[in-house]
Design a protein around this ligand. Structure first.
Ligand code: SAH
Ligand code: SF4
Ligand code: F3S
Length: 473
């Protein structure tokens, strides 16, 4: 391999993809590549894709179009595409026919194959053979290796982390829930939980490396079911001689890790949010008083058609229990507007829950038809203008709540973990409170990665502004 080869990764989508990109960066670094922030300087460009909404697909194809120019100028430039879009045959077919400058395609289940794919690509530039394990196997211009489903979890892959002081930790891969609008179960396969001991080892290593905050990741962390033979890490029942660790057990287990000060998780499905987990908020001091609890809709009939398996009333009960267990807990959510069949009354039910719960913030989405999902076939799709009009009202209601919630922080002193220079104002520092509120304030860059106290002087809809309490620094 030539010396000083560089890679560039662009990541779309959720935290799972961000975490996967850290693994991809780790694998490439181990191969001797170094990272560059400029794609035009890279020898290898990786695009890690998301397919959750149509907009994400469109952005990806736009990016691919731009890469053609670099490829024409430098035929040695290697284009790799991966992530959730690649798990769909209709997408890889389009890439093969319309974007022949793509060199390597791989999926979400075989990231560890990247070094082999790149090396094979180098060796066989003229006559590329496509090889494969359990998915598509073909011959063509580029190398393609996409596994249809995850097999055993591959442990101990290298990782180049985005931050020194905080880290994502996968605990469960895949999703079994098949919400009728969602592509994720098709792109990430069935649920597979990592072993508690493997998770604990990773967290201990992260702590030794200076990590203070971990975020446990999974599409539905509440259905985590770790199998272990070792009694010291299991609090669960014995089943066929195997012991099960559930999600709350896992938090209790990780809480003991020295050096880790904050534990977060995402995402949590309301149907599986147990009392035991709610109790963990009382008992685990390191578990941050924050939860992302996607509601999707406040209408019971829409929730049923979405296959969410809870009602508006059950959702609000969970919120009440969480607020008793962890007073002041920051509750955020995801809401979809314009799902097939949504009436004005259904939408009013959603606005009603928003008002009653008063979320700290919410990710709001216009329903997007996804090929191959049950809702694609629903006949009562909502016209675009109605979707957009409801979306505007939804955003206004959510923002009003965020402003109310944030205003309550004015005059408070908050402990903030400093991430580094702010994205909006790089002259200031930015960090997160325990409730995951974004705070910006003046201070030296040397505080990056440290816990500091900040006096909140001003609240905005999406963030807080404050002054560093120097008596604690
Ligand atoms: N596993 C997580 C969410 C993963 S996708 C959970 O179950 O909560 C993130 C969010 O994207 C979802 O919560 C949903 O609000 C939104 N989403 C998923 N599919 C969508 C679609 N087809 N159209 C619009 N929004 C969608
Ligand atoms: Fe998608 Fe539902 Fe699974 Fe979340 S729980 S990833 S919304 S299918
Ligand atoms: Fe997107 Fe895949 Fe995440 S579809 S939201 S990157 S799991």
């Amino acid at each position: 391999m030539k010396k000083n080869r560089k890679f560039h990764i662009q990541t779309f989508g959720c935290q799972m993809n961000e975490r996967d990109s850290e693994t991809i960066a780790g694998l490439l670094s181990k191969m001797g590549y170094s990272v560059t922030a400029e794609r035009k300087e890279a020898d290898v460009a990786v695009i890690n894709t998301c397919s959750v909404r149509e907009h994400a697909d469109k952005r990806f194809f736009g990016t691919l179009g731009q890469l053609k120019k670099i490829k024409e100028a430098r035929p040695d430039f290697v284009v790799c595409v991966c992530g959730c879009m690649m798990q769909q045959r209709h997408i890889t077919d389009v890439i093969k026919t319309k974007y022949p400058w793509v060199d390597v395609i791989f999926g979400t289940h075989n990231i560890h194959e990247l070094p082999v794919l790149l090396e094979e690509g180098e060796k066989e530039k003229e006559n590329r053979t496509l090889f494969k394990k359990n998915g598509i196997m073909e011959r063509g211009k580029g190398l393609i290796s996409v596994w249809e489903n995850g097999e055993d979890i591959v442990e101990d892959l290298p990782s180049s982390r985005l931050y020194r002081h905080k880290a994502f930790v996968n605990i469960i891969y895949g999703c079994n829930n098949f919400c009728t609008y969602c592509i994720v179960p098709y792109t990430r396969g069935r649920e597979r939980s990592r072993k508690p001991a493997d998770i604990l080892n990773e967290v201990k290593k992260l702590a030794a490396d200076g990590v203070k905050e971990i975020t446990l990741l999974g599409q539905n962390v509440n259905s985590y079911k770790g199998i272990t033979g070792s009694a010291d890490v299991s609090h669960g029942e014995t089943n066929n001689g195997k012991k099960h660790t559930d999600f709350a057990d896992l938090i209790y287990m990780l809480q003991g890790t020295e050096g880790i000060e904050r534990i977060r998780f995402m995402t949590s499905h309301p149907k599986d949010l147990s009392d035991k987990l709610i109790d963990a908020y009382k008992n685990c001091s390191k578990l941050c008083s924050a939860i992302h609890l996607p509601m999707q809709s406040g209408s019971n009939s829409i929730l049923e058609r979405m296959n969410r398996k809870y009602t508006k009333e059950q959702y609000m009960d969970l919120v009440a229990k969480l607020r008793i267990a962890s007073p002041g807990i920051c509750i955020t959510t995801d809401i979809i507007v314009g799902f097939p069949g949504e009436t004005e009354q259904d939408f009013q039910d959603t606005l009603d829950v928003i008002k009653k719960v008063c979320f700290d913030s919410a990710f709001t989405f216009i329903y997007s038809v996804r090929k191959g999902t049950p809702a694609e076939k629903y006949e009562d799709q909502i016209p675009e203008d109605i979707k957009h009009e409801r979306f505007r009202r939804l955003v206004a209601a959510v923002n009003e709540c965020s402003s109310i919630k944030n205003a309550a922080y004015e005059g408070r002193k908050e402990m903030v973990l400093v991430d580094g220079p702010g994205k909006k104002d790089p002259g200031k520092l930015a960090g997160r409170t325990e409730g995951y509120k974004l705070v910006d304030f003046e201070g030296p860059l040397s505080l990056q990665g440290e816990f500091v106290y900040v006096d909140i002087t001003k609240s905005n809809t999406f963030s807080l502004t404050g002054e560093l309490d120097i008596s604690h620094v």
